[in-house]
Each structure stands twice: as C-alpha cells, then as structure tokens.
Design a protein around this ligand. Structure first.
Ligand code: HEM
Length: 145
C-alpha cells in the first residue's frame, strides 16, 4: 500500500510538471479561442494531478510509512508543504484567465496578460525547488525532533 501511495505521489507530480510545461509552451502573448480551450483542459488536468499529489502526500505524512513526527518535526518538510501551497495559489490567476476566455470564438485573438506567463514561470521554478526539499527531508535533513 505504501509503495502504491508513493507511486501515486510521484506519478501525479509528473502530471503537474507535464501540464505546466505544456502551458509554458502553449501560452504565448496572444492565443486564439481554440487554443484557450485546449489550455483550459490541460489546466484542469493540472488541478486533478495536484489534488492527487496532495492527497497521497498527506497519506504518507499521517497515514502510512515513516512516523508522522518524522515530517512534523522537520522544517524542510514544512518549507516543502508551504511552497506547495504557494504553488497552488499562484496557479489560480492563470486558471481564472483561461476560465473567463474559454467561450471565445475559435479564431478570436485574445491578448494574454503578462502576469499569466510570469506566474507560469514562477510555478515552474517552484517545481525545481520543491523536489529538492523533498529528497532532503526524506533523508532526515531538517529534522529537529
Ligand atoms: C501538501 C503537499 C505535499 C505533502 C504533504 C507531501 C508529503 C510527502 C511525504 C510525506 C513524502 C515521503 C517522504 C519520505 O519518503 O520520507 C513525500 C515524498 C516526496 N514528495 Fe511530496 N508532498 C507534497 C507535495 C509535493 C509536491 C508538490 C512535490 C513536487 C513538486 C513533491 C515531491 C516529492 C518527492 C520528489 C518525494 C520523494 C522524496 C524521496 O523519497 O526522496 N511533494 N512527499
């Protein structure tokens, strides 16, 4: 069961990375209505993968595997979870932009606000930092118990 939950945590993280990488390449300074619908669907997949990653992570924290204190008393783990929550919040404004423009005509040109592309880049940067926190805390670095 622990192996399955760890696998679920990893595979859903791969899903988050794949969806964000796709958004990075698809979200240009202007997109048409057809492209926005595609990006909105990819963003939906990102959301589902994120929910699965968090659910599996919480089960690994409180449910199975190492004792919960191994993580609760680890500042790098709390940094990791904090960055994951920040990632979730930073993903909201682009989602709202895609949602608001999802009914545009297929050939209608929609200018993409700079903040949308800027936030996608910050999210990708966080996806480089969070796994570093993960491998450190999994080995016990940051444990203060
Ligand atoms: C609230 C969200 C999250 C929670 C509660 C959480 C919790 C956990 C836990 C408890 C483990 C097991 C560590 C161990 O083997 O001791 C783990 C492993 C891992 N997590 Fe998360 N996680 C979360 C989000 C994320 C995110 C967003 C990413 C990447 C973007 C991530 C990447 C990893 C990686 C790479 C490992 C494997 C570390 C290793 O075995 O060396 N996690 N996570």
């Amino acid at each position: 069961m622990e192996v399955f939950i760890r696998y679920l945590h990893f595979i859903s993280i791969f899903g988050i990375v794949a969806a964000l990488a796709a958004e990075f390449f698809l979200v240009k300074d202007r997109v048409n209505g057809q492209e926005v619908r595609w990006i909105f669907r990819i963003d939906g997949f990102y959301g589902v993968a994120a929910i699965l990653a968090v659910a599996a992570g919480l089960i690994l924290w409180f449910g199975i595997g190492k004792p919960a204190d191994f993580y609760t008393k680890n500042w790098i783990f709390h940094l990791k979870v904090g960055l994951a929550i920040l990632l979730a919040f930073l993903s909201l404004p682009p989602t709202i932009f895609y949602f608001r423009n999802r009914k545009a005509k297929a050939d209608e040109i929609i200018p993409v606000p700079r903040y949308v592309r800027f936030l996608i880049r910050i999210e990708l940067f966080l996806l480089v930092v969070i796994p570093l926190c993960a491998v450190l805390m999994a080995k016990g670095y940051g444990y203060f118990g």
